[in-house]
Design a protein around this ligand. Structure first.
Ligand SMILES: Nc1ncnc2c1ncn2[C@@H]1O[C@H](COP(=O)(O)OP(=O)(O)OP(=O)(O)O)[C@@H](O)[C@H]1O
Length: 268
């Protein structure tokens, strides 16, 4: 769908990307990690087609929705009017643009409602408008630069759901984030940008140990996120850190006592 080969990007004479190869296919969710200033936003701008590489090639021109790391929302226009305007520019009939924009704003629970002027929006609410403008044209490729940052817990969960739905519908998603466990549990493929090049991360996940006593019996080994389960009176589970909270909740619901949670269990 979209491919970068040998992409180099220099600002002045300083190379930020030094030869990036990245191919993204329909339905994939690609996560990109990297330290501050490593070039993630630069890479995503090139992927989204709004910045040109200094050298190397890009191919594929999917319909793309892009959320920048900072969404500039300084206009007096209302959120809904702004989104309708962008929807029209992307070729949607006015009524359809209005319907889609209204539905997305409701799903993301824009505080103040759709008629709030953009310049009055908080950072998180402006981010929601940024997300909606990217989703509005039903893109084939979604390029999301730290899209979860600044959102409250409920909206973060909605966005995770939306990314999963988009991928299931065949949209390719590429996102950046700073949380390795989150990236690896959300993405179907994860990379780290180091020294201007992309490293592929294996499916390694951080695990932790949970010790449970009593409660109802359960097929713990069959639960998502459980890497190993041992029963020796107590139940000892090795679980993916990303699933720790949901498994603890389930254990408590089953009446188990949580004897220990050791977050230094290791990596698999
Ligand atoms: N338009 C630009 N002109 C000059 N230098 C730039 C420009 N955009 C980015 N840079 C520089 O390129 C480097 C990579 O920036 P980039 O924003 O891509 O990193 P990042 O990995 O997204 O960082 P962060 O995690 O802090 O968002 C930084 O040193 C930055 O200062």
């Amino acid at each position: 769908m979209r491919e970068l080969v040998g992409v180099v990007k220099e600002y002045g004479s300083r190379p930020v990307l030094r030869g990036v190869d990245l191919a993204v296919a329909a339905g994939e969710v690609v996560g990109v990690l990297g330290t501050n200033g490593s070039g993630k936003s630069t890479l995503l701008r090139i992927l989204a087609g709004i910045s040109r590489p200094s050298s190397g090639t890009t191919s594929g021109r999917p319909r793309t929705g892009y959320v920048p790391d900072r969404f500039p929302a300084r206009q007096r226009m209302s959120a809904l009017a702004y989104l309708c305007h962008l929807g029209r520019i992307s070729g949607l009939p006015a009524a359809e643009a209005r319907r889609r924009a209204g539905a997305w704003l409701e799903r993301f629970a824009l505080a103040g409602g759709p008629d709030t002027p953009l310049r009055d929006l908080s950072k998180g609410n402006a981010q929601k408008v940024g997300l909606v403008q990217a989703l509005l044209p039903e893109p084939d490729l979604l390029v999301l630069d730290e899209p979860w940052s600044g959102l409250d817990a409920a909206t973060r969960a909605v966005l995770t759901e939306v990314v999963g739905e988009a991928a299931a519908a065949g949209t390719a998603v590429v996102f950046t984030d700073h949380r390795p466990d989150f990236v690896q549990s959300t993405a179907t493929r994860s990379h780290r940008l180091v020294d201007g090049r992309l490293q592929l991360l294996d499916a390694e996940v951080s695990t932790c140990r949970i010790l449970l006593r009593g409660g109802e019996d359960a097929d713990w080994a069959g639960r998502p996120g459980v890497v190993a389960a041992r029963r020796d009176g107590d139940v000892e589970l090795e679980v993916a850190v990303a699933e720790r909270e949901s498994l603890l909740l389930e254990a408590i619901r089953r009446g188990c006592a949580v004897i220990a949670v050791d977050s230094r269990a290791g990596r698999r």
